[in-house]
Design a binder for this molecule. Structure first.
Ligand code: GRF
Length: 190
């Protein structure tokens, strides 16, 4: 199952997927990392796993449609089944959505629809909610909307700092993304 991962920053979710022997054995092939930030740490992570990187800056194009069209041209020969967004900090427009209908998956660090958008973890922490979590979903034209694939709760502990809560949310993300991809791999073989 060929996929591309889109990321803009740190890339811990990208690496959780890339380093998984279980996913590789089950047939996952990460053909490409697409990154819109030339200095992002995720680029070094891709090098570690010999995964090719397409660095594509929005500022090199006159509009978002043209920026995404360049991505589509790059992806076309790869014959991808899915695009996995993993900390990709751009809203996907109808141009890319139409090229991969129902095939673009996103991970978000809250129990959507709560805390959609940016800074979800600090906002959840400040809210004092006893339970937050992680959502993996197919994307549509909205921001952090679209059909939910899986949600997991993360309980806020009494002595949690924002950092300790964030760290458990990220651990949950890494396990969940691997599980969702494994489920996709298993279901397509049926
Ligand atoms: C994750 O919390 C993900 O849910 C959100 O962006 C963050 C990316 O983290 N969309 P990383 O770059 O994978 O470490």
């Amino acid at each position: 199952m060929k996929v591309a991962v889109f990321a803009s920053g740190n890339g811990s979710n990208f690496e959780a997927i890339a380093k998984s022997d279980e996913l590789r054995r089950a047939g996952l092939e990460i053909e490409l990392l697409v990154c819109d930030q030339p200095n992002a740490h995720v680029i070094e992570r891709a090098a570690k796993y010999q995964i090719p990187v397409f660095i594509n800056k929005l500022s090199d194009y006159s509009n978002r449609g043209a920026y995404e069209q360049a991505i589509i041209e790059k992806l076309k020969p790869l014959k991808l089944e899915y695009i996995l967004l993993a900390g990709y900090m751009r809203v996907v427009t109808p141009v890319l959505l139409a090229a991969y209908p129902g095939r673009i998956i996103n991970i978000h660090p809250s129990l959507l629809p709560k805390f959609s958008g940016l800074e979800a973890i600090p906002r959840a922490y400040e809210s004092g909610d006893e339970v937050t979590g992680v959502t993996i979903h197919y994307i549509d034209e909205g921001v952090d909307t679209g059909p939910v694939i899986k949600q997991c709760k993360v309980v806020r502990l009494e002595n949690d700092t924002e950092e300790s809560l964030e760290s458990r949310i990220h651990q949950t993300e890494h396990q969940m993304y691997r599980q969702v991809i494994l489920d996709l791999l298993i279901n397509r073989k049926k």
